[in-house]
Design a protein around this ligand. Structure first.
Ligand code: COA
Length: 195
């Protein structure tokens, strides 16, 4: 899979000692550790659960890295956040991406890392991606504010999207049309700067 290579490594404007970059198979252990940390420390934010992913073979994480764009945020050599973009090669679906797995370690939250991750995911999205969707658990105000700030708008609510031991949870569905896409009426021209 070929990702846009124009910004292989970027610094977070809000936090200059934070960098973001797409993860590759050499970052497998970083990916697994931040993904499992996300499920453990923010269990209500995700559809997947730690108990299931922690017993998955390493190959499953490698497959996920190969099949999707995953960006990591680093601070002092340690991975402190991640975000993924899933997409589909089928001709009628290849203009769409789906943001997943957004997580920033609590110790570095509210310092621009989440924003840097979104910028990096969109900046490294494969050519041809015109719009990005996401789903977030109703009540996750931090994530909702972050996505709104980046121009994602709500297009629906999936009632009872998740069934948890504490009951059903609705998911808010959001979309962002990238710059230059036919869905973005404010923008024209090629898909270049995407935020
Ligand atoms: C949501 C999350 C990724 C935000 O990461 P972050 O690094 O703290 O976000 P940023 O510092 O880049 O914030 C950017 C903007 O998002 C909004 N925002 C972020 N956290 C917020 C909070 N707790 N309350 C209100 N607004 C918030 C603000 O508009 C903020 O800009 P500001 O700081 O200038 O006001 C982080 O809180 C997180 O990992 N939460 C747990 C996992 C999760 O909920 N993932 C989302 C799954 S859909």
């Amino acid at each position: 899979m070929i990702f846009r290579a124009d910004r292989p490594f970027s610094r977070s404007p809000g936090m200059p000692d934070i960098t973001t970059r797409p993860l590759s198979s050499g970052d497998l252990h970083d990916f697994r550790s931040i993904r499992l940390e996300a499920l453990q420390r923010a269990p209500d934010a995700f559809g997947s659960v730690h108990e299931i992913e922690v017993v998955r073979p390493l190959q499953a994480f490698e497959d996920r890295l190969r099949g999707s764009l995953v960006v990591g945020a680093y601070h002092g050599g340690q991975i402190v956040g991640m975000a993924g973009l899933a997409f589909d090669a089928r001709p009628k679906d290849k203009h769409k991406g789906a943001l997943w797995g957004m997580y920033v370690r609590p110790e570095v939250q509210r310092r621009g890392v989440g924003a840097a991750l979104i910028e990096a995911v969109i900046g490294h999205a494969p050519e041809g991606i015109e719009q990005v969707t996401l789903g977030l658990v109703k009540g996750n105000e931090a994530a909702h504010a972050l996505y709104r700030r980046f121009g994602f708008v709500e297009y629906g609510v999936e009632p009872r999207a998740l069934k948890t031991p504490d009951g059903y949870v609705d998911e808010i569905l959001m979309i962002k049309f990238l710059e230059g896409s036919p869905g973005n009426s404010e923008q024209a021209g090629p898909l270049r700067s995407r935020l």
